[in-house]
Design a protein around this ligand. Structure first.
Ligand code: FAD
Length: 470
């Protein structure tokens, strides 16, 4: 039973994690009652240890809090502007962590739990929701996270189709395009094939000679790896092996797999045939990000950066995200959701948090914040514009609901993989937006990149404030 006296009927939020707690808070703060259904207390997950809302299952860090030149720091700042409960509880429970925002995990979860329990428009029900929300709930948000309970996951799968729900991610590293050395690499599709929507020059190719290839294989095999947690199992299937597992199967395996050189001619040196080639494929519509094709990996982050920078042309690569392979329930959002996170096949039903294909505590909470605001506006008969793509909110939302490029050349394979917020998701600055500061002699490379980040961050915060002010 709802404890509110508001004239609106309630919105149901399923899952009281980072996203669901934030969604519930935003809805209630908009004057609309909420019923928040959380199963912990009745049924646990493999990773959560408590019954507290917004429990952090692993690290206690919300990553960089630098809102002037770090994309996740900008997202923090935008969430604060939007009255985020998650950020308020994090700020109140900070522990020293240099430039990062880290929290006392119990204090943080207790603060969120107390705020939700104390809100007059929120009712918490401890129960497992075993299927899609009944039609009579009319407006609902599913925020059940990477470890969504199996019965609900199965119902989602039935509604969206078998290929639209994944239980593991297989993330290949993603590189900022501008950090790839095009004096070494070249654009070309294998055999110059012009696929649907392609040009014959859709991939960036990094050539290796035999010596470079052998050194690379040795480094891959020797690199430090992360293991799977016992409850995750080992989700290897032959179409999706970690790159280092392929390398361990035989020195030549990669040369006959994702690194095969066939059908590619080095534009800088056509006479010399590459011994192996690493291909990168455009990852977002803006063209600012490229992913390393077939390079899903369990190498530790430090090892990934070191080993992948051995690839010719990637010596100075900056990674928007590094690779991984985890147990992770998420939907194929770019095809299933509209721009306000509503399931196209079920009006009134939204998704939020990591199940939408964002990744991390902060990103999940921010998508919860947006889903909550969209749902509350719908209940009140109002229209809420989507946040501009120039904001961190908008850049992440846009990636999830459409900005990601769906691969046409690998039939049967899903190309949408979870993403955290990064500057590669933001539209480029207008020409002339950054100019050489007075008195500065050198203004290229790192200096210019830093100025670009600062200008992108400043634009985001200003556009976010304007969006929030209507
Ligand atoms: C093992 C592991 C380690 C991680 N480490 C990190 C890390 O170090 N840093 C980081 O930023 N991110 C990490 N993540 C990702 C992070 O946990 C998520 O980004 C974040 O918690 C997602 O928020 P969410 O609200 O979408 O899901 P969650 O926070 O998981 O919340 C989902 C909630 O839904 C509930 N629920 C599920 N099914 C049902 C149901 N049928 N009915 C009712 N309730 C249900 C769950 O009990 C849970 O409380 C990790 C994830 C895992 C699994």
């Amino acid at each position: 039973m709802s404890k509110d006296t508001s004239s609106h009927s309630p919105i149901h939020v399923i899952g009281g994690g980072l996203a669901g707690s934030e969604a519930a808070w935003q809805i209630a703060e908009a004057g609309v009652p909420v019923v928040l259904h959380e199963m912990r207390g009745v049924r646990g997950t493999d990773a959560h240890k408590t019954d507290g809302l917004a429990e952090l299952v692993c690290s206690n860090s919300f990553r960089s809090d630098d809102a002037t030149s770090n994309a996740v720091g900008v997202l923090h700042a935008e969430m604060r502007l939007a009255g985020s409960l998650i950020m308020k509880a994090a700020d109140a429970n900070q522990v020293p962590a240099g430039g990062a925002l880290a929290v006392d995990r119990d204090g943080f979860s207790d603060a969120v739990t107390a705020a939700i329990a104390g809100h007059p428009l929120i009712t918490v029900v401890r129960e497992e929701v075993c299927g899609l929300p009944p039609r009579e709930w009319d407006l609902a948000v599913i925020a059940t996270g990477p470890l969504t309970a199996p019965n609900l996951a199965e119902s989602i799968r039935q509604e969206t189709g078998a290929d639209a729900l994944a239980f593991f991610d297989a993330i290949a590293p993603i590189v900022y395009t501008e950090t790839i050395d095009m004096d070494i690499c070249w654009y070309q599709s294998r055999y110059d094939k012009v696929g649907p929507g392609g040009t014959g020059k859709d991939y960036i190719n990094c050539p290796m000679n035999e010596e470079q290839y052998n050194a690379f294989i040795d480094a891959l095999v020797a690199g430090d790896k992360t293991g799977f947690k016992e409850w995750e199992g080992t989700p290897y299937f032959d179409g999706c092996l970690p790159i280092e597992v392929m390398a361990e199967r035989g020195r030549e395996t990669l040369r006959y797999g994702p690194m095969k050189p066939m059908g590619l001619t080095n534009a800088h040196n056509p006479a010399v045939k590459a011994y192996a080639v690493v291909q990168l494929r455009q990852d977002n519509a803006l063209g600012t990000l490229y992913n390393m094709v077939g390079f899903q990996t369990k190498l530790k982050y430090g090892a990934q950066a070191e080993v992948f920078r051995m690839i010719p042309g990637l010596e100075n690569a900056e990674f928007a995200r590094l690779g991984g392979l985890h147990r992770n329930t998420y939907i194929n959002s770019p095809t299933l959701l509209d721009g306000t996170l509503t399931l196209k096949s079920r009006p009134g039903l939204r998704f939020a948090g990591q199940i939408t294909g964002c990744e991390g505590y902060v990103e999940s909470a921010s998508i919860g914040l947006l889903a909550g605001r969209f749902a509350a506006a719908e209940r009140k008969g109002e229209t809420l514009a989507v946040p501009p793509a120039t904001t961190a909110f908008g850049a992440l939302l846009n990636h999830i609901t459409g900005g990601h490029i769906v691969s046409d050349d690998e039939p049967g394979k899903r190309s949408f993989q979870p993403m955290n917020v990064n500057f590669g998701l933001f539209p480029p600055l207008d020409p002339g937006a950054i100019t050489k500061p007075e008195g500065v002699k050198r203004f290229r490379g790192k200096e210019k990149a830093a100025a670009k980040k600062q200008a992108t961050a400043a634009r985001a915060l200003s556009d976010c404030a304007a969006w929030l002010n209507g």
